[in-house]
Ligand binder design. Structure first.
Ligand code: SF4
Length: 118
């Protein structure tokens, strides 16, 4: 199966073509440097994303606290993680980088606050 992946490592945005199946990569073409080769290979076999979103805050009706994952999450786990995050309601005060959901969905990744909320 061939897949075109746009490298996001630098602004050049090379269109990298990866051919393979599952974990097996047969060929990679179109990358401009080694970093792009690594990025496209990882994106083909095991795509990950930093998850940024917001959570509800207890006692505050219209204010949401911005949060993000402290490491990239497997792409296939993002919807499960969002279900957990939607169920959260944090108590103030919160400090930037406080862990609000540890080891979310068994990924070893924590969801952390990205700002203080007094
Ligand atoms: S392959 Fe290299 S040159 Fe091309 S976008 Fe990625 S990092 Fe930039």
């Amino acid at each position: 199966m061939k897949k075109e992946i746009i490298c996001t490592v630098c602004p050049r945005g090379c269109h990298v073509m990866v051919d393979g199946e599952g974990e097996n990569i047969l060929s990679v073409d179109g990358y401009g440097c080694k970093r792009g080769l690594e990025y496209a290979s990882g994106e083909f076999t095991h795509p990950v994303r930093i998850l940024t979103t917001t959570v509800k805050v207890e006692g505050v009706e219209h204010d949401l606290l911005p949060v993000r994952s402290d490491k990239p999450l497997p792409k296939e786990k993002l919807l499960d993680c969002m279900a957990v995050i939607r169920s959260l309601c944090v108590k103030r005060p919160v400090k930037q980088y406080d862990v609000l959901a540890a080891d979310i969905c068994g990924t070893g990744v924590n969801m952390v606050a990205t700002k203080d909320m007094a």
